[in-house]
Ligand binder design. Structure first.
Ligand SMILES: NC(=O)c1ccc[n+]([C@@H]2O[C@H](COP(=O)([O-])OP(=O)(O)OC[C@H]3O[C@@H](n4cnc5c(N)ncnc54)[C@H](O)[C@@H]3O)[C@@H](O)[C@H]2O)c1
Ligand SMILES: [Mg+2]
Length: 352
């Protein structure tokens, strides 16, 4: 091998090695499973299944935490057999990710009736006894799950809900067919492809320089306040949505805005939460609450917000009949937005 070839080989090897990092390999593998039903079927053989019933995940309790048990294909086939179900039902499962070692993860709902006759709802109490766990509403369980399970189950629930609600073509009225991974549905009569929907939503923490604006909807738990949120309208940029939502909900004009982070949020449907910090002019801070959207909104001082962030639940009614002021839990992006604001205020008030 000439010196030049040697260098070229080393370079090529370096780039191959770089390309084949665990993360890249994993994403390429998941891409293949979404595109190729045969590869996905093969992945089921060595994969792991998370079970749901009526969109509630199967959970087991361990040391005041919930954990989501995994089942192998063999265990699942045995379980379905025991309940007189055809193993073909496993084709209703959806791909939700894979491990670093490329063990694919799937989710299957045993409680949803699907348009095919093989998928009748299975009795929840009998399943729970058999599986030594409980099907618990995700919203109630989320705070007691570790971050990995919370994220996986949120994705799974969102995908299972979408499939359940999109079994028919909106053009032909014919049943649509899901690919094995569940990344799309196709109408066999006109080949229209449907992809899982995500609704973009902005969430904005407005500040006037020293205080921040928090609001409540009547549906929130008592005493909880959050940043302003709103769905993007068709044709809008996210920055336009921030300005419109702030004007619509509290009657203020945004002066500047800064992107913070984003998060998938499964409730009540799949949203992509896009978080911003926004400022209004110090002299223009009079709130005019839109009562069709919010119960109330108010300015809060750094001290009030920092204290509320440290407060731990449960938030029970006080003797005077009111509830303490508290903020969304760590898991919600609104918490991250508020925490970031508190930290920025703290660091800007420190002597240089
Ligand atoms: N993760 C978090 O930290 C966090 C915090 C606050 C709100 N959220 C989520 O943000 C979402 C939006 O907040 P909001 O309720 O204030 O929004 P909003 O202010 O846009 O008001 C909701 C209204 O918008 C309309 N709307 C327009 N497009 C819609 C769509 N695609 N789906 C449903 N309704 C649509 C409906 O009339 C609905 O009643 C909520 O679903 C909520 O769960 C998440
Ligand atoms: Mg809103």
């Amino acid at each position: 091998m000439s010196l030049y070839c040697g260098i070229a080989f080393k370079r090529k090897f370096f780039w191959c090695y770089r390309l084949l990092s665990t993360y890249v390999t994993k994403t390429r593998y998941l891409f293949e499973l979404k595109e190729d039903d045969d590869a996905c079927k093969k992945a089921q053989q060595t994969g792991a299944f998370y079970l749901f019933h009526g969109l509630a995940p199967l959970l087991q309790t361990s040391a005041h935490q919930y954990m989501a048990p995994q089942h192998s294909l063999l265990e699942l086939e045995r379980l379905l057999g025991k309940f007189g179900q055809n193993a073909q039902r496993i084709d209703d499962s959806v791909l939700i990710g894979c491990s670093e070692q490329q063990k694919a993860w799937f989710a299957l709902d045993l409680g949803l009736d699907n348009s095919s006759s093989i998928s009748a709802s299975l009795s929840k109490p009998e399943m729970e006894t058999e599986l030594k766990g409980s099907f618990i509403e995700l919203r109630k369980a989320l705070l007691q799950l570790n971050a990995k399970d919370a994220s996986l189950l949120s994705t799974a629930q969102a995908l299972l809900r979408w499939h359940d609600a999109h079994q028919f073509c909106s053009r032909s009225g014919q049943p649509t067919k899901k690919n094995l991974a569940g990344s799309k549905r196709v109408c066999p009569s006109n080949n229209i492809i449907y992809y899982p929907q995500v609704a973009p939503v902005v969430i904005t923490l407005v500040s006037d320089g020293t205080r921040c604006l928090l609001a409540r909807q009547s549906s929130f738990p008592k005493g909880m306040y959050s940043a302003l949120a709103g769905f993007c309208d068709i044709g809008e940029s996210v920055e336009e949505t921030v300005r419109r939502e702030v004007a619509e909900e509290v009657g203020l004009e945004v002066e500047s805005l800064q992107y913070c982070a984003s998060q998938h949020w499964p409730f009540p449907n799949s949203s992509l939460m896009i978080a911003y910090h926004a400022t209004v002019k110090p002299g223009q801070t009079e709130i005019q609450v839109n009562l069709r959207e919010l119960e109330t909104a108010a300015w809060f001082s750094h001290h009030e917000v920092a204290t509320a962030l440290k407060r731990k639940g449960p938030y029970t009614q006080q003797q005077n009949g009111t509830f303490p002021f508290w903020l969304p839990p760590k898991l919600a992006i609104s918490h991250q937005l508020i925490k970031e604001w508190v930290e920025k205020q703290t660091s800007s008030s420190l002597p240089a």
